[in-house]
Design a protein around this ligand. Sequence first.
Ligand code: NDP
Ligand code: GDR
Length: 327
Amino acid sequence: MPTALITGITGQDGAYLSKLLLQKGYRVVGLLRRSASADVVGERLRWLGIRDEVELVDGNITDLSSLIRIVETIKPDEVYNLAAQSFVGSSWQQPILTGNVTGMGTTNILEAVRIVKKDARFYQASSSEMYGLIQEPMQSEKTPFYPRSPYAVAKLYAHWMTVNYRESFGIHASSGILFNHESPLRGIEFVTRKVTDGVARIKLGLASKLQLGNLDATRDWGYAPDYVNAMYLMLQQEKPDDYVIATGRTTSIRDFCKIAFSYAGLNYEDHVVTSSDLFRPAEVEVLLGDASKARKKLNWAPTVTLEEMVAEMIEADLARHRNEKQA
Ligand code: NDP
Ligand code: GDR
């Protein structure tokens, strides 16, 4: 039975990746950072019905000694580094923490692998945010990077460290440059989930307005379960490499709102208000990914449309709020 170590197991991708790997017969071990809110720990794993099937070990991506101990103890065949301060908006408020966790945390886990188990295969969660100020209309593995937030700068450092450990030490280290991907398990602070949650609350009469920032930015939004499958496929390749994972369709926040509100029979213009407080100091205006390399080499393709995903997210948020009302 192969063993996978997942950092960031309690996040959206960690939960879906755990489910996928369990289905494939893996032993799944996740790094769990200590939290005072023990009651909410593992909420997403519980939502997927796999909380008792994964093992959780105490550690932190900023604490190299904990990582060395964990890699020594569980001897993983595959390491998926998904842990990050992943909210771009907060990275201006917490630039140093973001650098320590999202950037240096990656070096810590790469070091633990290099020192303890050099033959483990390594996945790094790189991001389309690294493209930032766009240099080409469609972004591929060859497009130059121009990060526009402390988060993106930290991710770019982590990305190059992954490439460097591959080239310097021969580690089977791959980076997935993933464009935005969403699901009912998406954190509530990200715009898609904020919108689907807002639609559900407005539909149920729990709210009437939804406050957003820049509606004109566009994103290439995919479906998280499709994207964790791409992570797995990257580590099954004979040679490590970097891959863009995207749908090839970009949609503005405004159009996302139109799709989401109209699914619930509502008009977004009656409910969405914008606030300059929610605009970012520097914006990534457009993202549109070219995943042809992944299609060709990994035989990967998205399976769910934006409209199907929005419907699933709204239904899940409606169910959550109905349950809350009954409780
Ligand atoms: P989430 O924000 O949902 O999850 C982040 C995870 O990192 C959580 O499990 C969190 O734990 C953990 N974490 C944060 N700080 C630490 C720390 N100091 N030590 C250990 N664990 C920590 O992110 P997603 O699941 O959406 O994304 C997964 C990864 O992919 C992230 O690295 C993200 O930056 C990257 N990415 C995401 C994309 C997306 O569209 N979703 C696109 C491209 C890249 P806790 O539960 O305790 O907070
Ligand atoms: P992003 O996702 O920054 O692309 O990072 P987010 O959903 O936060 O923002 C997308 C776009 O929506 C605009 N926006 C708002 N965003 C939020 N969060 N809240 C609002 O009210 C709002 N109004 C407008 C933003 O300005 C932005 O243009 C996500 C994260 O998962 C990263 O970790 C990951 O690396 C990238 O996707 C790819």
